[in-house]
Design a protein around this ligand. Sequence first.
Ligand code: ADP
Ligand code: MG
Length: 219
Amino acid sequence: MIQAQGVAFAYAGGQVLRFHDVAVEQGGTVLLRGPSGSGKSTWLALAAGLLTPTAGVLQVADQDVAMLSRSARDAWRARTVGFLPQKLHLSEALTVADNLALAFFAAGLPVDNTAIAQGLAALGVGDLATRKPVHLSGGQAQRVALARALLLRPRVVLADEPTASLDDDACATALQRLQRSAQACGATLVVATHDARVLQALPQAQVLAFDATAREVTV
Ligand code: ADP
Ligand code: MG
């Protein structure tokens, strides 16, 4: 479950971004919709505990992340949040399987190679385990990144512009895959997007609008 009340954030020297309130039940889907620069990626960083709200309360998976110490927050994030960033952040130096192993290291858990193989297979990329990311197509790389995000069965999956470079068919398929995968582990899914096609592909999603009213200039 995710609950945001009165959340605002200001980058150093920047404007205050004020966000609409939202409540999403566990396992639900929410779309963060709005134009470029309206604060969607910032909201995801707040939800992941990478940034701390300057005002308001943001609870993610029943945790007010701002209440955690820095190290507790890192541990919480590694175990609770599956993050599919816009730039996938796969390490080029590592194989696909070793990129997934990083999720276990980050959480301080022993590497479970069976889970890695199963996670890749579930997304149809089981045969790519020994490849380096440079030898993957864009779509394959996104599936690998999704497998990594889901590996520890997170309570929340945060996806930033997951359809940015996809054509219409690939867009619908990727969103269905994303929602099915999140549902399979009972995770709440948050998709940040300025892509109108996403709303059509996920008609039952709750929409959190990001627009000019979400932004105000500091005085
Ligand atoms: P979106 O994801 O909707 O495009 P962002 O959350 O990236 O929006 O950005 C919201 C606002 O915050 C923009 O005005 C952007 O320029 C600003 N911003 C984003 N990241 C930073 C940063 N690291 N430092 C300062 N300002 C930032
Ligand atoms: Mg963004």
